[in-house]
Design a protein around this ligand. Sequence first.
Ligand SMILES: C[S@@+](CC[C@H](N)C(=O)[O-])C[C@H]1O[C@@H](n2cnc3c(N)ncnc32)[C@H](O)[C@@H]1O
Length: 299
Amino acid sequence: MTVSEALQRASLLLREAGLREPRREAAALLCAALHKPPAWVYAHGEETLDPAAAALFFAWTERRRRREPYAYLTGEREFMGLPFAVTPAVLIPRPETEVLVTVAAGILQNHPAPHILDVGTGSGVIACVLALQLPAARVCAVDISREALLVAARNAARHGVAERIRFLQGDLYAPVAGEQFSAVVSNPPYIPAGEIGTLEPDVRDYEPRAALDGGPDGLHFYRRLTAELPKLGCRPQLLCLEVGFGQAEAVAEMCRACGFARVDIYPDLAGIPRVVAACCDESFSGQCKPEGKKKRHAD
Ligand SMILES: C[S@@+](CC[C@H](N)C(=O)[O-])C[C@H]1O[C@@H](n2cnc3c(N)ncnc32)[C@H](O)[C@@H]1O
């Protein structure tokens, strides 16, 4: 079988299964199975496919027909231009989370040696990229899931930051009670429980429920992340949170209610308010300059 015949057959199978971009998805899977760059298949249609690569490609096509996410098939997802391992134990990192990392890194860039807590680290993308972008930072990455922490630790080793990241299993602040941090960052589960059944099957049936379920109104973890701050040794100078659609104002209010002097909201590339950054004092927040997009909220 040639490359173009394989591509055609897989595209048809994916189209029948109702996928929106069957040819693009088939091409991406074939390139991944062959370890070739994304456009390779289009220039090599007449080449005969290696039988082992063909077997892997059609096995992946079959799993994709059942809506298993591409990233779980290949075991990889790019985040901020870097490759990260992913398994079904972790949420597949989303581009929106790059906003959280950019905002937090911007605010902390002049801090001489920030100590950062990443709550709900999952694959560890936030912890790893902050450690890479802030070479003087020490990071503590917490997750309730032991399997997720194993993936995060693999990613930290892969990117050469394992020595500056501690991985701890437990519930929110419990594993670090009494410790002091300059910043707390988190992309917590934030889908309202009743909406999980309405999500795309790729998400609903495959991504870990513990990474999605934000309680009845989606705000359960924000209430806890703000109300339980006194469990830490001191109030962090920065609390930086990714939020879901329509949640920014409620989360900003929770931050104000627990005493942060300044609360800013940053949009994602689609213009949706996506990150709430709460700072203890004006001078600290003044170091943040993410390209003039932020909206200032007066207290
Ligand atoms: C939305 S995912 C975010 C993963 C990763 N930080 C990212 O941005 O791609 C939320 C993570 O929080 C973890 N989690 C859920 N409940 C938790 C809890 N009570 N304490 C600590 N982590 C929790 C989940 O296991 C999951 O890895």
